[in-house]
Design a protein. Sequence first.
Length: 333
Amino acid sequence: MSREAAAIAHPNIALSKYWGKREGGGNVPAVPSLSITLAGLATRTRVRFDDALAADELSLDGRPADEGARARAAELLDRVRAASGEQRRAAVWSRNDFPTASGLASSASGFAALALAAARAAGLDWDAAAVSDLARRSSASAARSLFGGFVELAAGPPDARPGDVLSARPLAPPDHLSIAVLVCVTTEGPKAVGSSDGMRATMSRSPYAQAWLEAAPRLHARLRDALAARDFREVGELAEASALAMHASAIAAGVLYWTGATLDVLGAVRALRASGADAYATIDAGPHVKVLVPAERAASARDVLRSVPGVRRILEASPGDGARSVSAEEAAV
Ligand code: DP6
């Protein structure tokens, strides 16, 4: 006997960054964040609960996943089993159609797709908010990928408890703002520190951790207002400020994601601005730079960025839809 379901989810890129968790467990963000869910890049995931299985299994991009990734998926499946009464182990197949080296967090789309497919396979009729809360427990940025367009994930309360519900919520549809995200894939450096470890180190060692925790909600609130007003320039300036403040706090703890190429792209973005273009940069837990430009300026900005030494290739994405259930055929994994 078996029961299965499949889902598609897209990665997202944060304009105001989540960096830091509440103490007390439960993967609760200490700061609010605001992201764009990206069309054109997708994770497809299929989950099958099967009484022939002795343990949960995970296949990633056609190969058995390493034990760390398998265990993280099994934790999510344990939560689904506890909520649904489903007792069988599951086989999970997941595939990204974007390169893992692109610097786009595959954990966001990965856990969003897994949460939705697993909930449905277990017969849970949860709404997107409940699935978002489930995804957030595995990777907080994944909570945002349940929704399309521009999405907010609030900070948890300072006294948050592991069982508290915290879901992302949509703020505006994909066509709210004309924006393109140019993902400048830079030269690969040594393997980066993962987000969870990077945040932990920042919070425990950075002399600027408190400054970040105070600045982030203010930047976020202003960014939300600028987005509501469709003020591209203000959105871009605040997004770049959020990324730089996040990285400054991390760098002060010795958590350095940037390479020379990262700085070269930041320099090129500044040069674009000096020439009158609305171009702004954001950076996640890696060396790649995502450049935000009005959609109609994407082609010309791309030409400039392509010539920056250290930029290997550029992926272009735009705001898109949230996660959705699909048939196993459509998931094609
Ligand atoms: C820099 O969601 O990967 O991309 O909750 O520990 O899994 P965990 O962290 P994760 O962190 C994302 C950090 C970021 C900023 C962001 O997406 O908001």
